[in-house]
Design a protein around this ligand. Structure first.
Ligand code: NAD
Ligand code: UGA
Length: 472
């Protein structure tokens, strides 16, 4: 008989836990969903009466929170009790790259996964299904199972039982609600048929059966890492081609379109840019590389490492290009940075390419005027300070785009926010110091509009001067 889930607890109220549980609560009004976190400030924001204060910005999220919060969706720090009352527990905690110790700089740091698993082992009651939602190295389910079983067996008369499933999350930030409501697939890995059915039955309320894929638990864990590695690899591939376009007169958007129409290649994830950011691509590839090295598969490790190398190279060549075009020196020059989040429609700045590119320019003495519609000054400051850059007098933040642009030598577009797509370049030209430059790393500016001005103009993957090289 199918296990009926009435109460869910999700450990971790972050970019995944918050939106994922909001959608489950929205689709299953008969299930009580409790999202718990040790971060009191974050929980306070999730509970804020002002929906603009939610800790995560995602289009469509606040409407769901408004519908479900206090009905069957609750956010709290009461980890112990919410675990105790749950039939199904999602582990959705952070798994960043280890900073020190064995595997530092590569392996995922599993301390939060381990501590939350121990909390589950200690407080869970009855038959409990534990679902890995975090992205984890292949074989982690075994570690989780071991912890749960050893704690369980050490208590005499304990009747709690656990089944572990892997259910990785594929949402992308900025599109999270749409991805959750209309997923390409839901992946469930595990051994216990009852547990798999219990989780599948939740998703089946809004996801068609054929999109719910069942695999063994290791395939599920490895598929998540592989999926991110493949996506990142496409971006490094197109970015590497963008540099060749700049030398030859080929245009990256035309090349992307031409290859993307081949149904074997497909048109998505072929936008050249300043390099990929976000909390996961880099950490997941590093983790994959670590696992390859662990198994002695060094050449395969090198292959995936090269995806990261090209990403760093892309960022570096953009900052070098800006410096070069501004006569080889940006010292004392005001440069307006448009966009600091790692992509549009999110306030997330983790691993944003803007961080490294801005730091390169700041190191060269540039004065940066930074704008982002959703990222605030403190967040930018903490990203810089985390990388030991403390000269905060060399950059400023102003929520008004035009105020930032006044007296700038150059504008550098780093995020594809829609606000930047409709700028009036003829007006902007009047505000800038001459000769002025616009560097568009996202290919969002209106080419023809800028051409009507005297602004020097560069877009990634397009040739700047009209001379083409020949090999003869
Ligand atoms: P996050 O840092 O935004 O959130 C994780 C939360 O877990 C934090 O608020 C932290 O305080 C909490 N936490 C840690 N240990 C805890 C404990 N013992 N008890 C209670 N709370 C605890 O991370 P995220 O972006 O939501 O990512 C979570 C996982 O999902 C990661 O493994 C990530 O790789 C994966 N993932 C992320 C995305 C994404 O778009 N961000 C998409 C797919 C998968
Ligand atoms: C990515 C994956 O797309 C999700 O499936 C996955 O669940 C998630 O990582 C995760 O595991 O965290 P996300 O990082 O939120 O999602 O955003 P993406 O849309 O994948 O963009 C990642 C980076 O690549 C951004 O900096 C984006 O600007 C860049 N990008 C993306 C490009 O430069 N070109 C493209 O064509 C697409």
């Amino acid at each position: 008989m199918d296990v009926l889930i009435k109460n869910i607890c999700c450990i971790g109220a972050g970019y995944v836990g918050g939106p994922t549980m909001a959608v489950i609560a929205d689709k299953c009004s008969d299930i009580e969903v409790n999202v718990v976190d040790i971060n009191e400030e974050r929980i306070k924001l999730w509970n804020s009466p002002n929906l603009n204060d939610l800790p995560i910005y995602e289009p469509g999220l606040s409407q769901i929170i408004e519908r479900c919060r206090g009905r069957n969706l609750n956010f709290s720090t009461d980890v112990q009790n919410k675990i105790a009352s749950a039939d199904m527990i999602f582990i959705s905690v952070n798994t960043p790259t280890k900073k020190k110790g064995l595997g530092a700089g590569q392996a995922s740091d599993l301390k939060w996964v381990e501590s939350s698993t121990r909390q589950v082992a200690k407080h869970a009651k009855g038959n409990t299904i534990v679902v890995e939602k975090s992205t984890l190295p292949v074989k982690t389910a075994k570690v989780i199972q071991n912890i749960l079983e050893s704690v369980q067996n050490s208590v005499e008369g304990n009747e709690t039982t656990f089944q572990v499933l892997s259910n990785p999350e594929f949402l992308s930030e900025g599109n999270a609600i749409n991805d959750l409501e209309f997923p390409d697939r839901v992946l469930i890995g595990g051994e216990s048929e009852n547990a798999i059915n219990a989780l599948s039955n939740i998703y089946k309320r809004w996801v068609p059966d054929e999109k719910i894929i069942h695999t063994n638990i290791w395939s599920s864990e490895l598929s998540k890492l592989t999926s991110n590695a493949f996506l990142a690899q496409r971006i490094s591939s197109i970015n590497s081609i963008s540099s060749l376009c700049e030398k030859t007169g080929a245009e990256i958007n035309e090349v992307a379109k031409a290859i993307g129409t081949d149904s074997r290649i497909g048109g998505k994830f072929l936008s050249a840019g300043p390099g990929f950011g976000g909390s996961c691509f880099k950490k997941d590839i590093l983790n994959l590389v670590y696992i390859y090295e662990y198994y002695g598969l060094h050449d395969a490790a090198d292959y995936w490492n090269s995806v990261l190398k090209i990403n760093d190279w892309q960022k570096k060549r953009i900052s070098n290009y800006v410096i070069d075009k501004l006569n080889g020196t940006v010292s004392g020059k005001k440069i307006t940075i448009l966009g600091f989040s790692f992509k549009a429609d999110t306030n997330d700045t983790r691993e944003s390419p803007a961080i490294d590119i801005c730091l390169d320019l700041l190191e060269e003495g540039a004065l940066l005027a930074i704008h982002d519609p959703k990222v605030n000054q403190n967040q930018i400051k903490s990203e810089f300070e985390e990388r030991n850059f403390n000269e905060n007098q060399n950059w400023s933040y102003n929520p008004n785009i035009i105020e930032n642009i006044k007296e700038s030598h150059a504008i550098l577009i780093l995020t594809e926010w829609k606000e930047y797509q409709s700028l009036d370049w003829q007006d902007i030209e009047k505000l800038m110091i001459k000769p002025s430059w616009v560097f568009d790393t996202r290919l969002i500016t209106d080419h023809n509009q800028i051409k009507k001005t005297n602004i020097n103009f560069w877009r990634v993957g397009e040739i700047t001067n009209k001379e083409t090289h020949s090999f003869s």
